[in-house]
Design a protein around this ligand. Structure first.
Ligand SMILES: [Zn+2]
Length: 196
């Protein structure tokens, strides 16, 4: 799935219980951490010699960081730096594995190529998990999941008083939350259609 969708889903996992801001950031980042192995696409793009193509994206994406070892490392980091250490580490593991599940469901290529997960890499190249009904990365299913995650994020912001914006800029987050609450108020106060 697209990284933005992973980030939103990670944020929702982070809000499954009351966590301090730093721990919410850790769990959210754990939800997009596996895609760090896709950064090779930048080196591929800028590779100067077309005669010997650079293939870090093809060779390493969904391999280096989409596995149990990476999940363990992310959880250990969460355990080390989280304020509510154990719950943050557990939710980071959930967030990470939700990413893997979502990739299995909906990260298919435009030509029908299936992206799979080598969960036990580097210890073992098999099993190689794929799903034969995997939908495309640019599919309506991913769009729908993203829209639902955005609505859930907005609903949580109205109820709890903070949104993912607060991970970067708490002051701006207060304005975002205030705006969302004003919109909700307007919807509640708008005159209903009078039956004839
Ligand atoms: Zn991924």
């Amino acid at each position: 799935m697209p990284p933005g969708t992973h980030a939103l889903l990670g944020w929702l996992v982070a809000n499954s219980c009351e966590l301090p801001r730093r721990d919410r950031a850790i769990v959210t980042l754990a939800g997009i951490a596996p895609d760090v192995d896709g950064l090779g696409i930048i080196a591929d793009f800028f590779w100067p010699d077309p005669a010997t193509p650079h293939r870090w994206w093809i060779d390493f994406h969904h391999v280096l960081a989409h596995n149990a070892l990476a999940a363990l490392l992310v959880s250990l980091v969460a355990l080390a730096i989280g304020r509510r250490r154990w719950i943050t580490a557990a939710l980071a593991a959930v967030s990470f594995h939700l990413h893997l599940l979502c990739d299995l469901l909906g990260s298919g290529g435009p030509d029908g190529e299936l992206w799979g997960i080598r969960y036990f890499w580097p210890w073992a190249a098999t099993p190689f998990w794929t799903w034969s009904h995997q939908w495309r990365l640019d599919s309506w299913q991913n769009l729908l999941i993203t829209l639902i995650a955005i609505i859930a994020t907005g609903w949580l912001a109205i109820r709890r008083g903070y949104s993912p914006v607060g991970l970067f800029h708490p002051g701006l987050d207060q304005k975002v939350v205030a705006t969302l609450r004003r919109w909700r108020l307007r919807v509640h106060l708008s005159p209903r259609a009078v039956p004839t």
